[in-house]
Each structure stands twice: as C-alpha cells, then as structure tokens.
Design a protein. Structure first.
Length: 111
C-alpha cells in the first residue's frame, strides 16, 4: 500500500490555483532568464540542453495558458450560475448568505 501523500494532499489548503499559476509563471520567467544568461556559452552539449529546455518551456507555457483559460471559463460559469440562482431564489440566497455569515462570525469569535 502506498502511504506517501500525493502532491495535491501535501499542498497547504490555502494554496489556490491562481497562486500556483502565478508561481509557475515565475519559474518559467526565471528559466527564460537563465537561458538568456547562458546564451554566450559554447559547446554542442550546452546547445542541445538549451534547445531541449526552450522546447520544454514552450510546451509548459502553452499548457499553462490552456489551464488558465480553463480556470477562467470555470470561474465565469460559476459566477453566471450563482447570479442566475440569486435572481431565481433571492430569499434563499439571503438565507444562505446570512447562515454563512453567522458561521464565520462564530468561528472568528472563538479566536
């Protein structure tokens, strides 16, 4: 049995997808800066590694753009669904909001 936690399980609960996207973009930017800094270095091995890294970065950037677009689409869909629900069921939405407010107030009051 595998007792090692997955990467998702080891992340802190307050880490959001937006934070992960931002951090990944930072890593990509740093890697690009490293590639530019080593551009003057010679040798076939260095050139081959640079080419592989550039290709990997291009692939990673494309995948990150796709993930960001998907996240944005899901966020917009959730916002639309919430807006529609509130317009169809305004009193229930007020009740839910009040309940959430009471729970948050109780939790904050315990500290």
């Amino acid at each position: 049995m595998n007792t090692k936690p997955s990467a998702a399980e080891t992340l802190a609960p307050d880490v959001t997808k937006e934070q992960l996207i931002h951090d990944f973009k930072t890593v990509v930017a740093d890697a690009e800066a490293l590639l530019k800094a080593t551009a003057g270095q010679g040798g076939d091995a260095v050139a081959a590694v640079r080419a592989r890294v550039e290709e990997s970065l291009a692939t990673a950037k494309a995948k990150m753009a796709d993930a960001q677009a998907a996240l944005l689409a899901k966020t917009r869909a959730a916002a639309r669904a919430t807006d529609e629900y509130v317009h169809v069921h305004p009193w229930q939405a007020i009740g839910i909001a009040a309940s959430v407010g009471v729970v948050v107030g109780v939790l904050i009051g315990r500290r």
